[in-house]
Design a protein around this ligand. Structure first.
Ligand code: ZN
Ligand code: ZN
Length: 183
């Protein structure tokens, strides 16, 4: 997938979410949600049932195939009748790749678009295995850096990360300053 194709997928994802939200608000899903509530009424404590709608890219070129989530909406329900609506357009992430800005879905390599969960920190478990894209050899901290705009945390999008305080107070993400660049 290239950036133009990705933008088209994002539009599709947004349209999917708008329709889902409209269906929820208009009551078009009321019967289904009622049935979900009844069906999940007897499940054991600690378990939840999830009804979801998603847009996903299956990349069969990756080793063994890999799923890249692009957009999702879901309703979860526990056995006590608590229902929660959730889901988001999976945030795009921005990277600086050999000096140029690239925007790709979270989880994709910003150079070859294969699956690569680019790490933020060298402390992350398995960092040495994740440091490079297995497909094109791009390396975080060398050819690739996470791009952070307006100090917005790229993980939760709510908190802030600055060069002086690279730890997000909302989600706890601690970015290694050699792997990110601020714009
Ligand atoms: Zn790659
Ligand atoms: Zn955060």
């Amino acid at each position: 997938m290239n950036e133009r194709q990705y933008e088209a997928m994002l539009k599709l994802g947004e349209a999917m979410e708008e329709r889902w939200d409209y269906a929820l608000k208009s009551g078009a899903l009321a019967d289904l949600l009622h049935d979900l509530l009844i069906a999940s009424g007897s499940i054991p404590e600690g378990q939840t049932v999830q009804l979801s709608l998603g847009l996903t890219l299956l990349d069969q070129g990756s080793r063994g195939g890999a799923w890249l989530d692009l957009a999702e909406r879901q309703i979860t329900c526990d056995g006590r009748g608590n229902m929660t609506a959730g889901g988001n357009l999976i945030e795009a992430r921005e990277f600086l790749v050999d000096g140029g800005v690239r925007r790709v879905p979270s989880g994709a390599c910003p150079h070859c678009w294969q699956i690569w969960p680019v790490p933020f920190s060298q402390d992350e478990e398995h960092f040495s295995a994740l440091r490079r894209c297995l497909f094109c050899g791009m390396e975080v901290g060398r050819n690739v850096r996470h791009l952070i705009r307006n100090n917005r945390c790229p993980n939760c999008v709510l908190g802030e990360l600055s060069q002086g305080r690279p730890r997000c107070e909302i989600c706890g993400l601690e970015a290694n300053v050699s792997l990110v660049v601020w714009r």
